[in-house]
Design a protein. Structure first.
Length: 276
């Protein structure tokens, strides 16, 4: 069932848990995510990447994800992830997205705040997530720290007040994609950010973070956890394993069912961690 972003986050915060936000590049993945969430009775977010939505099939993919979320027997919605293009944000909201990740993190802080505040003003009913500090992608965990891009707690308090965002993604040593070495998250920084802001926090790049650290992050204010790499790895591994048998008889339905089962297992494992 489609449910407002703020409502999902606040319910998870009250429960001492986090909602899983899973990137879905196709409907098969979305079905697997929802199946796992329904089995546990957990809310879930279906993420559409900027690249997917910009693609030639993006105008079809996002509404399809919305249809899957709408049919879910648990609270769900679709969020457009990491986008800095206002026109793309408008198009996603018009297509049924319930939230956007308005990402101005590569901009100076004042410009980032102005961008997010502008999105908030354009979409008062939608969920708006922002990022302060910059979460690196596919790079060494030290890259953000070396660039001075970790989230500043005092700056975060001003940023949230100025922008009216519903959720703040933090940079505390986490990165997108694979980690070059085990991440060392800045727990004192996360605690200080949580003390200074009154909105739920979001942790990106969770696929390579140990479960014990994800649980610790939840105890320190994280209410939304993004997962992408783990699902892609499971999807491709399942496809590789199932394809030889499916070729005999061209059994596409069996191949698809195997993909759903495999991805759902990965989602279930992550949701069990996010229960806090």
């Amino acid at each position: 069932m489609l449910t407002p972003f703020r409502e999902i986050l606040e319910e998870r915060r009250a429960a001492g848990a986090a909602v899983g936000a899973f990137t879905c590049y196709d409907v098969t993945t979305a079905i697997a995510v929802v199946r796992a969430a329904e089995a546990r009775g957990d809310p879930v977010l279906l993420l559409a990447s900027e690249g997917s939505f910009r693609s030639s099939w993006g105008r079809l993919l996002l509404p399809a994800l919305v249809a899957v979320a709408d049919e879910a027997r648990v609270p769900a919605l679709v969020q457009l992830d990491h986008v800095d293009d206002v026109e793309l944000i408008d198009a996603a909201l018009a297509a049924g997205a319930g939230a956007v990740m308005a990402d101005g993190s590569k901009l100076p802080t004042s410009d980032n705040a102005a961008f997010v505040a502008g999105v908030r003003a354009r979409a008062p009913e939608a969920g708006v997530e922002a990022e302060l500090g910059h979460i690196e992608g596919g790079e060494d965990v030290a890259a953000a720290a070396e660039a001075g891009a970790l989230t500043d707690p005092d700056e975060a308090a001003r940023f949230v007040a100025e922008t009216g965002c519903d959720c703040l993604a933090v940079s505390i040593g986490n990165v997108h994609g694979k980690y070059a070495r085990p991440p060392e998250l800045d727990w004192d920084r996360l605690r200080a950010v949580d003390d200074r802001v009154d909105v739920p926090l979001s942790l990106h790049g969770a696929s390579g973070i140990p479960d014990v650290d994800v649980r610790r992050a939840i105890s320190l204010g994280v209410c939304k956890v993004n997962v992408n790499t783990e699902l892609r790895e499971r999807y491709l591994a399942q496809l590789e394993a199932g394809l030889p048998g499916a070729r005999d008889g061209l059994r596409l339905l069996e191949l698809g069912a195997g993909l759903v089962d495999g991805v759902a297992q990965a989602v279930t494992a992550k949701l069990s961690v996010l229960a806090g």
